[in-house]
Design a binder for this molecule. Structure first.
Ligand code: S5P
Length: 264
């Protein structure tokens, strides 16, 4: 299916190049799955791409949790992800002022040089988005910022009024790719979609085929319900990377996400 036809208003209203790239990758792979690749070794990460690359559209990393990280091994890992037609999403959850966030895109990890997407909290104000975009532009690259509008963890402090402010400031900002919503609560997600409108993307962690509570306050909801409530990408971590057979689990998540998307 052509991305333009499949995504309809989302395609028309979201003109950020990286958003359109995601919409195209999702259609090519028939998958609205982002793998949260929360493994602590380079071997473990590379193995994941080999196993599940064909079934996912994006790879979410936490570069600072890898024990044996080196610049060279990371470069090879990113090349492998690109060869598997995956967006790379560094879930750095930036939160500082704009100028410092721009500098944090450089540094040892040099996130600006390999990430297509990053997360940010809007607690410090909207200049953070300009700072992060400037970080990519410093190296001649394009990227997209996902703002945390909701979180999946119990007891989090992102109250509805805060969510509303994040959406109000983020929804007309050209550098914003979309929002992180809570995939474990479809009713909250539907409200978020109503506030966001049709333009920006909503990506949702807290999704698992086995719904219920996870480790340390994580909560899980059903992937189909999340997409039906307005999610454009389910972020799945342990449901895939801790499975006995990650490849077949990734296929199951891809199928569930794509079927729900087509019927939506
Ligand atoms: O609210 C959130 C936001 C994020 S980005 N809740 C989350 O769980 N995440 C991330 O999604 C978290 O950092 C982790 O990488 C992933 C969820 O992993 P899982 O193993 O619970 O599926």
């Amino acid at each position: 299916m052509q991305a333009e036809e499949a995504w309809g208003e989302r395609w028309v209203f979201n003109t950020l190049p990286m958003a359109r790239t995601y919409m195209e990758v999702a259609c090519r792979k028939q998958s609205l799955v982002c793998l949260a690749a929360d493994r602590s070794t380079m071997d473990g990460l590379n193995e994941l791409i080999d196993q599940v690359g064909p079934s996912i559209a994006a790879l979410k990393t936490h570069v600072d949790l890898v024990d044996d990280w080196t610049a060279e091994s990371w470069k090879a890992f990113c090349a492998k992800a690109a060869a598997a037609d995956l967006l790379i999403f560094e879930d750095r959850k930036f939160a500082d002022i704009g100028g410092i966030s721009r500098k944090q895109m450089a540094g040892v990890y040099d996130i600006r040089s390999w990430s297509d997407l990053v997360t940010a909290h809007l607690i410090s104000g909207p200049d953070i988005v300009d700072g992060l975009q400037a970080g990519w532009h410093d190296v001649g690259r394009e990227g997209g910022v996902l703002l945390l509008a909701q979180m999946s963890s119990r007891g989090n402090l992102l109250e509805p009024e805060y969510t509303d402010k994040v959406v109000a400031k983020g929804k007309d900002h050209a550098g914003v790719f979309g929002f992180i919503g809570n995939g474990s609560r479809p009713e909250e997600l539907a409200l978020l979609r109503a506030k966001v409108g049709e333009g920006k993307l909503i990506w949702t962690p807290g999704v698992n085929l086995a719904v219920g509570d996870g480790e340390m306050g994580q909560r899980y909801g059903d992937p189909t319900e999340a997409i039906m409530a307005g999610s454009d990408c389910i972020i799945v971590g342990s449901g895939i990377h801790k499975a006995d057979d990650p490849a077949s689990q990734a296929q199951a998540y891809a199928r569930a996400s794509w079927d729900a998307f087509v019927s939506r």
